[in-house]
Ligand binder design. Sequence first.
Ligand SMILES: Cc1cc2nc3c(=O)[nH]c(=O)nc-3n(C[C@H](O)[C@H](O)[C@H](O)COP(=O)(O)O)c2cc1C
Length: 450
Amino acid sequence: MRIVLLRNWLIVVLATAIISLSLIPVGILTTPLPDGNMPENRSTFHIEYALPPPADIHMPFEQAMARRMSVREFTDEPVTDEELSTILWHAYGYRDDGSRTIYDIGGVPAVGIYVLKEDAVYRYDALNHTLVLYLDGDYRSIVGWQYEAPVQLAIVQNEDVCDEYLGCVQIGGVYQNIQFTANALNLGTVVTGEVPSPIENIGLPAGEKGRIVMPLGHPRYPYNFVYRPMWLSFLPRPQESDVSLTDAIIQRSEGSSFTGTVSTQEQSQLLWSAYGFSYYLDRSGQDLNIVKRHRTVPSAHGYYPLKVYAATESGTYRYEPNLLININRIPIDFIGSPILPFLLKITGDDVRGELSLASQPPVASAPLSLVIVLDIDMTRPPGRDDFSGMWIRWLWHLEAGSCIHNVLLQATTLGLSANVFPVTDDSMVLSLFGLDDGYDPMYVIPIGER
Ligand SMILES: Cc1cc2nc3c(=O)[nH]c(=O)nc-3n(C[C@H](O)[C@H](O)[C@H](O)COP(=O)(O)O)c2cc1C
């Protein structure tokens, strides 16, 4: 009996020691941090906290995508360090091959993540998978004023290292991974964007621009998804693979040549990942989310102004995620209507050669290229905020980035190769797809066999 008590006592002492050690700063350096505008309680010393190892998310990638939705109401239950670690690694961690969990289009990682907790503001150090103290104090209600939550994540862009739009594409990938992972862990979050971003109130280092704030916590209304495709589809229905979210993120790679064929099932699946509607209906009954059938990406104000075009050997097409999406440019996804996705044929011409001249040479041989185009009119629906100006065009590059990220992961689970190139010749792309200057061609995603 005494031996058992002694053993229990030893276990308690050991566990306490391990927990305390994990909370001890892993290194205290006396180097002041480089800074532009430093608030008074800004930490002048490098204090770093280790995060526990991230967990794998075993949910199939497609299911994680189909469950993506915004959550705006949270309970007081804290987010654990394990959960935070898992979300941060999936968001923007380093993979074993030394690259990031999102494609750093432009060649330079341009994203930073601040983690706002009750005690302080931290910066995620992906290389060491640690939290670095940035600022003492609770800034959650200032930065995350829109929705109260135990944690607020703020995503910033380093403007000095990368083109503004390409940096936004990277952020689109990061916030997708945050939503997928949080949701799969039964946590919730929503992408919020403001100009200027409230994270700038804490004083960011020179060169950093605040873009997105994401409250993170346990949903007040638990997830309640009902499988209800109600699909009268002209396109094959999306299917779940046996590749988990974590494995899709780990295995993602950008190809440089694209050959062979892409089957109709694969085409449909890739288009769905880019901009399709979920096969679930959301029955969670949140007060602050009227959308009943969510899409694979979020959209500022729910405008969903992107069009996805496809170019194959047999012609050019426009993807229609549903027969009826908007009435007078106002989305009607709150109805949870049946889904009738289809491809509208535009021409029977093989334009892949010309498309490669308007982007990059490998596009010429890709059996399928998806082209993401902004429909500018959709960014200014009647009576609502006008987000059509060039001053805020970066907003739609965020959204394009989230579509691109989904397609790169979907190509991975299908065993296909994909990449993404910015459009370099707008007028050529407009003429290939029969569009006028009310459209802004953004990115070409070539896909083929590896
Ligand atoms: C760039 C961006 C900015 C957004 N900004 C806000 C915001 O400031 N506040 C908010 O409540 N939702 C915001 N949203 C979320 C959208 O309103 C939401 O994605 C859309 O209504 C569709 O709902 P769902 O995500 O639940 O499917 C934003 C989404 C994106 C992509």
